[in-house]
Write a protein of this length. Structure first.
Length: 126
C-alpha cells in the first residue's frame, strides 16, 4: 500500500566530459588516403570520466578508427553551457555540432560527439 507513494527512481543525470584522442586510420574508409590518423576532441555523456573515455573510444573504434592514445586530461564540462562553449571553441563548426537542446536531451543516453578531426600524415622517421 505504501509503495504507491514512493517516487520512481529516475536514471541519474550524467555529466558531459571532453577528451582529446589520437586515432590511427584503422579500417575507416572516410579518412583521406594521405593521412595516417587524426587528433579529435570527443565529448561523451557519462557518470564519470572513466565511463566517458570508454564510450568515446568505443564509438571511434566502431567507426573503424584505431585508438592510439589520449592527449591530456579528461575534463568535465557544464552541459548547460554547451552553446557558449561551442561559440568560443569551434564557432566555424557550430552548424555541424549538436545544439544546446540536443546535448541536454542526450545526457541520459549514449551521447558521444566528435569535434573537428585534425589529420596528420605518416611519419617520415625510419
Amino acid at each position: 500500500m505504501f509503495g504507491v507513494f514512493k517516487s520512481k527512481a529516475s536514471k541519474p543525470v550524467q555529466s558531459l566530459f571532453r577528451m582529446s584522442v589520437k586515432v590511427g586510420r584503422g579500417s575507416n574508409a572516410d579518412m583521406p588516403a594521405t593521412l595516417a590518423g587524426a587528433f579529435v576532441p570527443v565529448y561523451a555523456a557519462a557518470e564519470n570520466h572513466e565511463d566517458a573515455a570508454r564510450k568515446g573510444v568505443s564509438k571511434l573504434v566502431s567507426q573503424g578508427f584505431e585508438f592510439l592514445d589520449f592527449r591530456g586530461l579528461n575534463h568535465q564540462l557544464d552541459a548547460a553551457q554547451w552553446s557558449g562553449y561551442v561559440a568560443k571553441a569551434w564557432p566555424e563548426f557550430a552548424s555541424n555540432l549538436p545544439n544546446q537542446a540536443e546535448v541536454l536531451a542526450g545526457l541520459n543516453g549514449d551521447l558521444v560527439i566528435f569535434g573537428p578531426f585534425a589529420g596528420y600524415e605518416p611519419s617520415r622517421e625510419g
